[in-house]
Each structure stands twice: as C-alpha cells, then as structure tokens.
Design a protein around this ligand. Structure first.
Ligand SMILES: Cc1cc2nc3c(=O)[nH]c(=O)nc-3n(C[C@H](O)[C@H](O)[C@H](O)COP(=O)(O)OP(=O)(O)OC[C@H]3O[C@@H](n4cnc5c(N)ncnc54)[C@H](O)[C@@H]3O)c2cc1C
Length: 495
C-alpha cells in the first residue's frame, strides 16, 4: 500500500502553532498528534472527514479569549466544536484551522428558581440542564434526540429543536442571555435573565449562527415548571395521507400538542425492532402525540384527539397509562436514527421544513425519488411543525452510492423549497446544504447576511466554508462609512 507523503509545511506549521498555544493554555489542552486528532476529524455528518491542524480544549473563558486573540493576530482559522453531533457538518474541521473544543466549559454556575433561569458553560449537555433542575420541579424544554450528548453551546449555534418544540419553541425561544467571545478576544454580553433586552436583537442573530459570528462561552436559558400531567398517544394508520389529515385536524381545532411526531412504516418497524416501544408494526404511519398541562385539560384533549384520530381512519390507538409507558413511546422515536443504522450500513439524515398541508404530496414524491435513485428511505418527522427527517439508506462501500444518496437528498431539499418550505428545520446548513442556499436566497440576500458576519468577524476566520456558498471578502461587500465626528440625532437637534 502506498503511504501518503507527509506535508512538511503542515507539520512545521502545526509544531509552531502548538508551541505558541502551549504558552496560552495548559499543555494537555493542545492536541497535535495525528492519532488523537483523528477523534475530531468529523461530526455527525460522517461522510465528510478532515483532520484539523490542531485541536485546542480551553477550560474557561480566559483561555478562549487568549486563543481567539492569538488566532486573530496570526490569521489562523477556527472551527468551534461542542459534542460534534451536528448532522450538517457544522463542526467539520479545516486542514489549516484549529478545532476549538468547548466541551470542558461544562459547569452550571447558577440555578435561579425565582427567575426560572439556569446559567451554564456552553459544554453542558442539553439533558444535564433538565437533570439539574428536575429535583426543583423544572425542566429545559428543547429536547433534541441527541440531548444526552449534544451541548447547549452547539444547540445555540444550530438553533436546535426537538419533539417538544411545537408547543415550547426552538432554542431561540428558550435562550435569554449569552456571553460571546469575538475573534480578537473581545467579550460581549447579549441579553441576560430578562425576556427582552434594549437594543438590536443580537441574541437572535447569534442563535443559529453556526459558529460563524463568535464563540459562546456562557448561556442563560429559561426553564419551565414540569406540567401537572403529560400523556402520550400512539395512533397507527394504514396510510401517511390519513395520518397527515389527523395532524392537520388536531391543530385546526386549536389543540397545540406538546409534541406530534410521525414515522412511516419502515421507520416504525426499524425502531420497534431496536427498542421495543410497543409500536404497531403493521401500520404504514404512526403518530406519537403528547399533550401536557393541568389534569382536566389533558383529559379533555385526550378525548378530542382520539375522536379526530378515529375519524381520520386510525387503525390503532393507545394512551400511555404510566410515566414509564409515556417515556417508552418516545424512546422509539428518539432512537429512530440509530435504528436506521441497524437496517442499512449507512444512512443519510435530511432536514427540511414544509408547510404542514404539503405533507402527503411531499411524501409521495419522496417515494418516487426513492424509486428513481434506487435507495430506500425511512421517514421520521416533527409532523406538527412540518420538519421532515427522511433517512436515506445506502452503503458507502458500494461504488457511487454515497454520491447517489447525496443527489437524492438534494432533490428532497429542492422539493421542500418548491412547495414553499425551507432547507433546514433544526440541523443547520453547515457544509451539507451550503451549495443549495442559492435556491432559497438571492445573491443580494446572501451578501446582506455576510455583511452581518463581517461586522463580527471581518477577517473571516470563524468557521469559514460553512453556510455561505461563496464567501466574499468583507472589503468587497462595501466599505464601512466612518463620519469625521459625531452626527447629532435629528430629535436631539430639534429640542
Ligand atoms: C442521533 C442524532 C439525533 C439528533 N437529533 C436532533 C434533534 O432532534 N433536533 C436537533 O435540532 N438536532 C438534532 N441532532 C443534531 C445535533 O445534535 C444538534 O445540531 C446539536 O445542537 C449539536 O450540538 P453539538 O454540541 O454536538 O455541536 P457540534 O456538532 O459540535 O457543533 C454544531 C455547530 O455549532 C458550532 N458550535 C458548537 N459549540 C459552539 C460554541 N460554544 N460557540 C459557537 N459555536 C459553537 C459548531 O461550529 C457547529 O457549527 C441530532 C444529531 C444526532 C447525531
């Protein structure tokens, strides 16, 4: 076997930068040997791999500041990383960039039950927040299926969602404050513990910014009181069309379930074989619906949902009779991605959002695309908010199958846009959907978004290569006009 020739320029650059970084952070926070670096070469989008130049694992904000200042001075690119579960390649390393792992900033520094907030480092996992406030009767609502591993910093960067976001909103609706270190080491605070802050909504701009604007070093989230009662229903249908009709009718009568998920036949059978959640394996579509709130409200919603499901043609209907059973109903859905990994050597998880009414049409056309590309697809989705996760099954060891899966995935995303939807619901753009951005945005739209990036990161050193199909130099996007002196505000002049 021919061994790859080591690139001596990269080796000496790696040595030089590692030496400088060891003057800024402890020795064990700098990873520069190839064996250890291989742990960082991909994220949840495993089809893409790249060994980073170096990985640095700061333990506090001061270390993050020092690294960012050094990188800004030296013109070194940085890829932020939480737990590396991104499914869009957001944390994919750069050969000539540093991977900045934030997982060591994992302390919960404040639990404020009076204000119903938790403040913590970006490396705290999503589930750890609910675990910390659970004994007080509270929880953190956004619950990505990866919540046992993914970090709150990664959730902020991707504006992560989950099965309960239909009622309680995505990450952006549950974040109150951030501390962010900008390239160059400047620290800014956005928001706080209150619901609204004066000034422009930079907190909103930062949430979902995919590591392109700054490094999140502290997060304040709002927590919710656990509902008095939560009940989940399993409704099986013999067609996706009937299940989709049920979804539309539940929402139309004014019930906002805490979660409303759909799985198609292939996904139902894969999940049931994996976790034994009690799913009806002969159904072609399954709805998992949860309602929560005061006892009386839940009881009344249960009756109405069962009536709607029956009139939409449900072939089976079950109500969870205990907390253990409710969690078991969700366990199958939450394990749907790894379950797909048991029925095919590889799977490619897509993430697009469509108007709810387009569900039947889109699923029919996905099944036609499946025939065209010769690859099976299992559909799992947040039906209540129209966020699809088709899992394309393929075998990377077969010549051309990865390329075929990618082409299939791109056609699914184009279809989402064609019916009035968008390219992503919660997984972000990353490298995966970068080249499709022009299908949704005009050149002017994209340039305007890049002007915001330029305001935060004028040298373009933070996570370059992600989100934007073409990265313009900030100078090309228009010079910042600087006045000679302060211009009085017109209202001030008037008085
Ligand atoms: C099995 C599985 C199920 C999943 N289910 C869901 C789901 O239900 N809902 C959902 O929304 N997502 C889901 N995901 C995707 C993923 O878990 C989320 O996108 C999550 O928010 C990523 O968090 P992370 O800590 O792993 O971030 P990473 O993957 O490490 O990074 C993600 C992005 O955030 C940036 N970033 C990370 N930390 C910081 C920081 N401190 N400051 C600035 N930028 C930062 C990175 O540069 C990158 O662009 C799933 C993934 C898997 C593997």
């Amino acid at each position: 076997m021919k061994m790859p020739v080591p690139d001596h320029r990269i080796i000496s650059r790696r040595r030089e930068i590692a030496r400088s970084l060891r003057g800024l952070v402890p020795d064990d926070a700098v990873i520069d040997n190839m064996a250890e670096l291989s742990a960082y070469e991909s994220d949840g989008l495993t089809a893409y791999r790249q060994t980073p130049l170096i990985a640095v694992l700061p333990a506090d904000r001061d270390e993050v500041e020092a690294v960012l200042q050094y990188c800004a001075d030296e013109g070194i690119k940085i890829v932020p990383r939480g737990a590396g579960t991104s499914l869009s390649g957001g944390a994919l390393p750069l050969a000539d960039g540093i991977t900045l792992g934030l997982a060591r900033l994992n302390s919960i520094t404040d639990i404020d039950i009076t204000n119903r907030t938790v403040t913590c480092g970006p490396g705290v996992t999503n589930l750890a927040i609910s675990a910390a406030v659970g004994p007080h009767g509270y929880y953190y609502a956004p619950d990505p299926s990866s919540q046992v591993a993914c970090t709150i910093g990664g959730n902020v960067a991707e504006n992560a969602g989950g099965v309960h976001c239909l009622k309680y909103g995505l990450t952006t609706n549950n974040i109150l404050g951030l501390e962010v270190v900008l390239m160059g080491g400047v620290v800014v605070r956005l928001g706080g513990k209150q619901f609204d802050a004066a000034g422009l909504d930079l907190l909103g701009a930062m949430t979902g910014s995919e590591g392109l604007l700054g490094i999140v070093t502290e997060v304040t989230v709002r927590i919710l009181k656990k509902p008095e009662r939560a009940v989940a229903f399993l409704a099986g249908f013999d067609s996706v069309e009937n299940a989709a009709r049920c979804v539309g009718e539940v929402i139309a009568v004014g019930i906002i379930p805490a979660g409303m998920e759909m799985m198609d036949g292939l996904a139902i059978r894969a999940a049931e074989a994996f976790v034994g959640a009690g799913y009806p394996t002969d159904a072609e579509a399954l709805l998992i619906i949860e309602v929560d709130g005061p006892e009386a409200e839940v009881a009344s919603a249960a009756v109405r949902i069962q009536d709607i499901a029956n009139s939409a043609g449900a072939t089976t209907f079950r109500i969870s009779s205990s907390e253990t059973e409710r969690l078991a109903f969700w366990a199958g859905r939450k394990a749907a991605f790894p379950a797909a990994g048991r029925i095919a050597p590889d799977y490619y998880c897509m993430d697009g959002t469509i108007p709810r009414a387009a569900l039947p049409e889109v699923l029919t056309r996905i099944s036609e695309l499946s025939q065209k590309f010769g690859l099976a697809v299992a559909n799992v989705f947040h039906a209540g908010d129209g966020n699809l996760h088709p899992l394309i099954l393929y075998d990377a060891n077969k010549d051309g199958e990865l390329a075929c899966a990618e082409a299939f995935g791109n056609d699914i995303l184009r279809l989402c846009v064609e019916v009035g939807g968008v390219l992503t619901g919660e997984h972000g753009v990353g490298v995966e959907k970068r080249d499709l951005m022009a299908e949704v945005f005009t050149e002017d739209d994209l340039k305007h978004q890049q002007r915001l990036k330029c305001a935060f990161d004028p040298a373009g050193l933070l996570n370059p290569g992600k989100v934007f199909p073409t990265l313009h130099r900030c100078a090309e996007l228009g010079r910042i006009h600087v006045h000679g002196g302060q211009v009085p505000h017109p209202d001030i002049e008037r008085f």
